[in-house]
Design a protein around this ligand. Structure first.
Ligand SMILES: [Zn+2]
Length: 749
């Protein structure tokens, strides 16, 4: 079986707006369902041994499967339970209303909390709530307030007023809340844990901590039903995250990994943020049956939650027969491990947080910790599933070390990889495995030739430079196939990830075979590795093949969305060679137009219909013949069309006519005698060609060696000039070079 023949599954391509989504693996909605449709009959039992993403169980249960989830993380288990309740936000809204109308002294809670954010509009002097405050990392107080006045419309960043300062003074450093926040971890915490917790607490501006702990105290106070408390706890979880300093300003999406704030961050108005977090709980709109082990959900589909480790679950008698195992994870984030431990302690006390305290240790973010954790979750299963049971493993936010950890975790647990697909965007991988039944091969002593061959093969197949991670993965696959990877978790030597990477780098440093380049394209930049030897005409570079695939798809589908194009391309380029989204977007904007701006419904441009392009090419050939004759050349051939010097017989110009930006077939086999080589193409392709040159430095270098690019429109314009002689022709030939971003402004040719 070809390990690299399956595409990375995108589902609908959408990421669900779930609570804490920025810490969860980026599992596109529908991707798992797609995989299940192929591999597991409906109604079967599935097992999620990690419980690291609520969407896994929810999506599978909604597709009619029964899912047993082992989840040892109180916060993630609670997320799953609250989402499965599927109240569509209604229960949350009612509980919140009850909370905000409780009294604090002689004041209702909501106005008290809003008062902490009150400020004065600099234009109309009305008292308005600030939208947030801007902080420099490490500062003692914010340097600006953000507001949008509902009365006069004034909005923007403004300096703090004495009134704002007074509110800050009244809050102080919130020492009471700080002490309380720490005490929730329990009295028996060791110094390291306490220090880690104190460090995390620094992520909270005093006002945020005050608001959050006021809400927390209020939730625990009288006047609310146990059910309301549950919904309010759920609501508080994303708010606890919103209150941290881990929100960059200007606002950009951040997946926090480190427990350090961005250089400038926003302290949002948490009372106003309540609406935003309410919406997050409305993603699942219908209840999904959920039981606690050993009670079982109905056969039509549902979730059975086991609150504990996989190791403990595997020892239970009467486990159902599993049709598949689903493991979805992301690279461990110190920010999430730390904060979720703290939050668990705040919400449910020290007993709930105790199993997580180890996660406060920075070691928990190390690659070998990940390999070990995955190994221990997957190992017991090899004895509890039938040999043909597939394991679907998705891992997000990969680095070379994290990718190695994930693959080694499953490999040493006794699973054999059947298929691997790589997503260059996340970057992430999806792999299908089965319990290993055959013995591992015995390696010879030097892995280097095996790696060398694998990387070379990968680049030959791609026929263009690659970035590091797919090459590295190709290398691991080759080492695995030859038996070089450690077979048991205890055989993984310390520092193995570093050593393996050094070995790959060492192989790539062989300049007789590999060349290091640097790509500078928008959405696709950084170091690349290509082959040193001049590439043959076949296979075409991946970019040219991707262009062909997209155009073919557009010709067969009159109206397409970006995700549909992406899916079609991923189908055509599976495994490790999936092209980047930025390239597909460049191809799409070159050939297609949106039916309405922003509609994400694309259709082939009228001028790119094959009949129209055929006529254009005929007109271009005609113009070149005519012009050549006018300039005194003998004109011959079609493609290339040649201008031959009448006296010397030299071929001065060879013109290569094309309607695409797939120039490699010409570059690789130029006319042997021509002095000048001219690619003649539509203006709307010139931008795409420029983009390709930026992402593939080797293509750029080849084109810069005696090649010209002439756009249809420019040719016709020159041909229309009555005074065009040799000198003017030469001067004008390169006066309209291809530029990236040209496509957007291009006109009809
Ligand atoms: Zn105003």
């Amino acid at each position: 079986m070809d390990t690299l023949a399956t595409p990375y599954r995108l589902g609908s391509g959408a990421l669900l707006p779930l609570p804490l989504a920025r810490y969860l693996p980026r599992l596109p909605a529908g991707a798992l369902r797609e995989w299940l449709n192929i591999h597991v009959p409906p109604g079967a039992w599935l097992l999620d041994p990690l419980g690291l993403h609520p969407q896994v169980a929810l999506e599978a249960a909604q597709a009619g499967y029964r899912v047993l989830v082992a989840c040892n993380h109180p916060l993630l288990a609670f997320l799953l339970q609250s989402l499965a309740a599927g109240t569509g936000g209604d229960a949350f809204r009612k509980a919140l209303a009850a909370l905000l109308t409780t009294r604090r002294g002689d004041q209702r809670l909501e106005p008290y909390l809003l008062g902490l954010y009150q400020t004065t509009c600099p234009r109309c002097q009305a008292a308005v709530p600030a939208e947030g405050y801007l902080w420099q990392r490490g500062a003692l107080q914010p340097h600006a307030r953000l507001l949008h006045c509902p009365h006069c419309g004034e909005q923007g960043e403004f300096t703090l007023t004495p009134e704002d300062q007074a509110i800050l003074q009244s809050i102080g450093a919130a020492p009471l809340h700080r002490a309380r926040a720490l005490s929730r971890l329990g009295a028996e915490t060791d110094n390291a844990t306490r220090a880690a917790a104190e460090n995390l607490l620094r992520l909270y501006p005093p006002r945020a901590l005050t608001v959050l702990f006021t809400l927390l105290n209020r939730i625990e106070g009288p006047g609310l039903t146990p059910e309301q408390r549950t919904w309010l706890h759920a609501l508080l979880i994303p708010l606890l995250d919103r209150g941290t300093a881990l929100w960059p300003w200007p606002q950009t999406p951040l997946r926090p990994r480190l427990t350090q704030p961005p250089p400038t961050f926003i302290e949002v108005n948490l009372v106003r943020a309540l609406d935003e977090v309410l919406a997050l709980w409305s993603t699942v709109t219908a209840p999904v049956p959920l039981t606690l082990w050993p009670a079982l959900p109905p056969p039509e589909g549902g979730i059975c939650l086991f609150r504990g480790r996989m190791r403990t679950l595997a020892a239970q008698p009467d486990l159902p027969p599993f049709g598949a195992v689903l493991a979805v994870l992301t690279r461990p984030s110190a920010a999430f491990w730390g904060l979720s431990t703290l939050w668990s302690a705040w919400l449910w006390g020290e007993d709930a947080a105790r199993p997580l305290l180890g996660l406060l240790n920075p070691r928990a973010a190390a690659w070998n910790w990940l390999a070990n954790a995955l190994h221990h979750a997957l190992r017991p299963l090899t004895r509890r599933v039938r040999p043909e049971t597939p394991l679907w493993l998705m891992a997000d936010e990969l680095t070379p070390a994290a990718a190695l950890a994930v693959l080694l975790g499953a490999h040493t647990a006794g699973w054999e990889m059947q298929a691997l697909a790589y997503d260059p965007e996340a970057p992430a991988l999806q792999a299908t495995w089965q319990v290993r039944t055959a013995p591992l091969p015995t390696p010879t002593d030097n892995p280097k030739p095996c790696l060398h061959q694998a990387l070379q093969r990968h680049l030959s197949e791609r026929a263009e430079p690659a970035d590091y991670l797919p090459l590295y993965l190709e290398g691991i696959l080759a080492l695995r196939a030859q038996g070089y990877l450690p077979a048991r978790v205890e055989d993984i030597p310390p520092g193995y990830a570093g050593r393996l990477q050094a070995l790959v780098n060492d192989v790539l440093a062989d300049t007789t075979t590999f060349t290091r380049l640097h790509a500078r394209a928008e959405g696709e930049s950084g170091p690349r590795w290509g082959l040193t030897a001049p590439p043959p005409p076949e296979p075409l570079p991946l970019a040219d093949r991707a262009e062909k695939a997209v155009v073919g798809y557009l010709l067969n589908h009159p109206l397409v969305t970006t995700v549909e194009v992406e899916q079609a391309v991923r189908q055509a380029f599976p495994g490790l060679i999936t092209p980047r989204r930025a390239l597909l977007q460049a191809i799409l904007t070159s050939y297609a137009q949106e039916v309405a701006a922003g509609a994400d419904q694309w259709q082939l441009r009228p001028q790119d219909q094959p009949n129209q392009r055929r006529r254009d090419l005929q007109a271009v050939a005609h113009a070149l013949r005519h012009l050549g004759t006018r300039l005194g050349y003998e004109v011959e051939g079609d493609n290339p069309l040649l201008w031959r010097h009448a006296q010397s017989g030299e071929v001065r110009y060879a013109f290569y006519l094309l309607a695409s930006a797939m120039v490699w077939r010409f570059l690789a086999a130029p006319h042997p005698q021509a002095h000048h080589h001219v690619l003649v193409l539509p203006g709307s392709r010139a931008g795409l060609l420029a983009y390709k040159m930026q992402r593939d430095p080797r293509l750029a270098a080849t084109l810069q060696r005696g090649w010209h690019v002439l756009k249809f429109r420019h040719l016709h314009r020159m041909a229309g000039q009555s005074d065009l002689g040799h000198d003017l022709w030469e001067a004008l030939l390169d006066s309209d070079p291809p530029l990236w971003r040209e496509t957007a402004q291009m006109s009809m040719f």
